[in-house]
Structure formats: structure tokens, C-alpha cells
Design a protein around this ligand. Structure first.
Ligand SMILES: Cc1ncc(COP(=O)(O)O)c(C=O)c1O
Length: 482
């Protein structure tokens, strides 16, 4: 997976004094940075300077996943600049986590306020600054629980679901002595045998609980003990959607039927179902609003909570602030988890999910007020729908012209993807794109995903398309010469 490192400058590493001087100079200069009109690549990537940084890093930590060394004193807007001065249009954005561009003026301004200095100098235990997040709360959600990152957000949502389940079962009585004793031995009834149901190919994080719900890559799970939680099939849609309407409807109905069967018969009771609106790490897999409406119906009918994991899809990337708004649910989900572009993490929930005693779902740093200040400065960006439509409108004809490379163009807003026929061809395409000055990423086995910032414009798309077509031509010339 392509990852960038937030590198300090070389000066910062060799001399702490010059680091301070450097940083102070930088802060003043950052607001003067101007977004490049187009990419420029003058070395191989990683180039000599980046390789030096990477080999230094490798002495201290496993840096094998890093291929690009970001220089955050030069990166601006939709362009990431690397340690060798290469300027790349960034369509991947630190795994979909940058909302409004590098060195965004409003964010820099927020970062330089007294309020920010105070929150950074005094990080409170359990610090929450909720107003930024409540302004965008999903419909039907009344409360928020903040946490540190996506996996963590899902795990605390799971805990809330388990506590809710146990409370329903316990009724009016409090905890009894047997529960209080057995839980200290990790035994039932205090530590009950309960489950979270997730879908095949899903990704919900890499910590113990979230990893048990993750099903996208064996390598992430290998050697780690797991909860024996059930897995339901996620629909495998066929494209183009209008051609395979009947087949896709049948596939979704099959998945709903199997899911309901598991809800009814799983040996360990299921407290919640967790689902991504678009399976992202698993390969940009989609399902129709009808599938999610049915999922809401069967979870409600079987008295099981529904958690929507919007860690990657949330914060406007799909053209609505929350992707699940596009499902038109009659009854909202019970919890919605978030992180990445939101710049902080956590979950929204209904009041019914507040545990019956304080401290039961808790961590020292449950929120980061400095992140909340940043989130407040993001604001809503309206252009995602229009630019997404423009990009998709150009990708579709390219799929017709270059069918040996591009298949199954899909997505919502700028949260788009296509499939390559093989993993090898995808790797070649991503490498060529990088050398043309466009940073992109894959998802699943063979998909290429678009995860640009919310500030992507049609002009950026045009820059991308020129490079993309040149790469497609190169691939065709090399693999299919006539
Ligand atoms: C849908 C989804 N859920 C959860 C996570 C885990 O988030 P984090 O890596 O911040 O723990 C991710 C990360 O990619 C994700 O895409």
C-alpha cells in the first residue's frame, strides 16, 4: 500500500536548533505557497533524497510501506511535494484522510490561534469539543462519543452495542455478584458470548475487536487471535448496473436472506451488524440503497443494532455529507462511526445507547480539542457532486476506449473506482501514473480508487485526464502493440 511519511526537514533531524528556526520561517511562508498548475517530476520516485530519508527511517522503524516522502513545507492544495521536489497531483490523500488540501489557509489560520495554542499545550483527558461535529450529525443521531481513530471508533461502538444488549437482557435489576466475579476471569456471564456480524470483504480496522470484524485481507489478520464472530455475504454486483438489474437484485436478495438467517440462528447472539456504505479497502464494492433498506429492516425486525462505518465514506466525499443519506432509510441507523477526513474520530448514536453507568465506555483521550478546532474550520464543500460527475463522465468513455485496462467504472461523488484485469497491470498503471505526477492508490485485489480532496476542481480533473490517457496509451503500446 502506498503511504506517505510526515517527514520533518533534514535540518530538523540533524540539528534541533535549526529545526526551530526552520519551522518558524516555514509557518510564515506556508500561507504564501501557491498550488502548481500541473505536476512536475524530475527524478524517479522515490528519488535520491527520498531514498536517503527512507533508509534513515528504516534504522528506527519498519518503513517498507512508505514509497513517497512528503515535504509538508512545500505541499499545497491538491499537490503533494516530495523530498526531491517532485510535485504530484494527489488523488489518494493519505488514504482518504485529507479534507481540504495541504497547508489550507483556513486550517493554518485556525492552527495559529490562541485557542489552538491552549488546546495543544493542555490536552485534557476526555477532551471533547463537540459543536463542530454536532453541526454535521447524521439524521436521527442525538449524541456523539469521540475517540482517537477509525478502528477505535468501531471498537467503542461495539462495546456500546454489547452493553446495550446486556442491559436489555438484565432488565431492571443491576449487575449481580456472579457477573462481577466471572468477568474478572474473562468468563460468562460477566463476559458474555456475544457477536458483531460483519460482511465478507469488509474493513473495519486493525485492532483486536475491529480486526475480528475485518474481512478484506488475510495478511492483516494472520497470527492474531480473533473473536469467533459471523460473516455475511456482501453482494457482488455486475456492471454496467443497468444491464444487470435483475441479476444484481437477485444477488442482493440472496445476501439479505443469508444475513437474516445468520441473525436468527448464530450460536452466539448478535448484538450489532456493522457495514460500510461502500466497501473501500475491500475493493470499492457497492450495493444499492434497496440492499441497505433491507438490511435496516432485518436488523430492526431481529432487534439487532445497525452500525454504519463511515470512516472512509463520511465528510462529503460521496456527494452527500454522509454516504448513507443516499439510502433514504425510514429508520436511521443506531450508530454511525467516523474518522479520516473528519480529522477526529468517534461515533454518533441514539440516546438509548448511553451506558447505564459512567466510565463504562471510556479512555483517557477520548477526543482531541485541537482536531475539533481544525474540523470546525473545514466547512462544507459543495463541489464534490459536480466534479465527481465530471470525472466519472470522462472515465466511462475511457473504459470503452481502453477496455483491456479499465473496467467497471463506479462510485458516488468523487469517491470513484474502476477495476484492472490483474493486480500486475494495476501496479504498472499506478507506477506509471506516479511518474507522470499523479499519486493514486489501489483497493482490493485489482481496483484503482479515487480519494481526492473535497477541493478537487474540474481543472484538476483535466490535469489528471491528460496524464491518465498518456499512461493508457503507453500500456496499450507495450502490451497490445497493434
Ligand atoms: C471503513 C473503515 N473503517 C475503519 C478504518 C480504520 O481506521 P483507522 O486506520 O483510522 O484505525 C478504515 C481505515 O481505512 C476504514 O476505511
Amino acid at each position: 500500500m502506498l503511504k506517505t511519511f510526515a517527514t520533518a526537514s533534514r535540518a530538523a533531524r540533524t540539528s534541533p536548533r535549526s529545526a526551530t528556526a526552520f519551522r518558524m520561517a516555514t509557518i510564515r511562508l506556508l500561507s504564501q505557497l501557491v498550488e502548481p498548475k500541473e505536476p512536475s517530476v524530475t527524478t524517479e520516485i522515490p528519488g535520491p533524497e527520498s531514498k536517503k530519508v527512507l533508509s534513515e527511517l528504516a534504522k528506527l522503524q519498519d518503513a517498507r510501506a512508505a514509497q513517497l516522502v512528503g515535504d509538508y513545507t512545500q505541499s499545497v492544495g491538491n499537490y503533494i511535494v516530495d523530498a526531491d521536489g517532485n510535485k504530484l497531483l494527489d488523488m489518494y490523500c493519505q488514504i482518504a484522510s485529507i479534507p481540504v488540501g495541504y497547508n489550507n489557509e483556513a486550517l493554518l489560520k485556525a492552527a495559529k490561534t490562541d485557542e489552538m495554542a491552549i488546546t495543544l499545550a493542555n490536552r485534557p483527558a476526555m477532551g471533547v469539543l463537540e459543536e463542530a461535529f454536532m453541526a454535521v450529525k447524521p439524521k436521527g443521531m442525538e449524541m456523539i462519543f469521540t475517540s482517537s481513530h477509525g478502528s477505535d471508533a468501531n471498537e467503542i461502538a461495539f462495546k456500546a452495542a454489547f452493553m446495550h444488549y446486556a442491559r436489555k437482557k438484565r432488565g431492571a435489576r443491576g449487575f449481580n455478584a456472579q457477573e462481577l466475579e466471572s468477568v474478572m476471569e474473562n468468563q460468562a456471564p460477566g463476559a458474555p458470548d456475544l457477536s458483531i456480524l460483519s460482511f465478507g470483504s469488509s474493513f473495519h480496522g486493525r485492532q483486536f475487536g475491529s480486526l475480528s470484524a475485518t474481512r478484506s485481507k488475510a495478511l492483516h489478520k494472520l497470527d492474531i487471535p480473533a473473536f469467533k464472530w459471523p460473516k455475511a455475504p456482501f453482494p457482488q454486483l455486475r456492471y454496467p448496473l443497468d444491464k444487470y438489474e435483475a441479476e444484481n437484485a437477485a444477488e442482493e436478495a440472496r445476501c439479505i436472506e443469508e444475513t437474516e438467517q445468520i441473525l436468527k440462528t448464530n450460536a452466539s447472539p448478535i448484538a450489532a451488524v456493522i457495514v460500510e456504505p461502500i466497501q473501500s479497502e475491500g475493493g470499492d464494492r457497492h450495493a444499492s440503497p434497496r440492499f441497505f433498506q433491507e438490511l435496516r429492516r432485518i436488523t430492526a425486525e431481529n432487534d439487532v443494532l445497525l452500525i454504519v462505518d463511515e470512516v472512509q465514506t463520511g465528510c462529503a466525499a460521496t456527494g452527500t455529507f454522509w454516504a448513507h443519506e443516499q439510502w433514504n432509510l425510514q429508520t436511521p441507523p443506531d450508530m454511525v462511526t467516523f474518522s479520516k477526513k473528519m480529522q477526529a474520530a468517534g461515533f454518533y448514536h441514539t440516546r438509548a445507547l448511553v451506558p447505564d453507568q459512567a466510565y463504562r465506555n471510556f479512555n483517557t483521550w477520548m477526543g482531541d480539542p485541537s482536531r475539533a478546532l481544525i474540523a470546525k474550520a473545514i466547512g462544507l464543500v459543495q463541489q464534490v457532486q459536480e466534479v465527481g460527475k465530471y470525472l466519472k463522465g470522462h472515465l466511462e468513455p475511457l473504459a470503452v476506449r481502453y477496455p483491456r485496462v479499465i473496467k467497471n467504472v463506479r462510485g458516488a461523488g468523487t469517491f470513484l473506482a474502476f477495476d484492472c484485469p490483474t493486480a500486475e497491470l494495476r501496479a504498472e498503471l499506478l507506477e506509471l501514473m506516479k511518474n507522470e505526477g499523479v499519486n493514486m492508490g489501489g483497493s482490493g485485489e485489482t481496483s484503482v480508487r479515487f480519494r481526492p480532496m473535497l477541493t478537487l476542481t474540474k481543472a484538476h480533473v483535466n490535469v489528471f485526464l491528460t496524464r491518465f490517457e498518456s499512461v493508457l496509451n503507453k500500456l496499450y503500446k507495450k502490451h497490445w502493440p497493434q
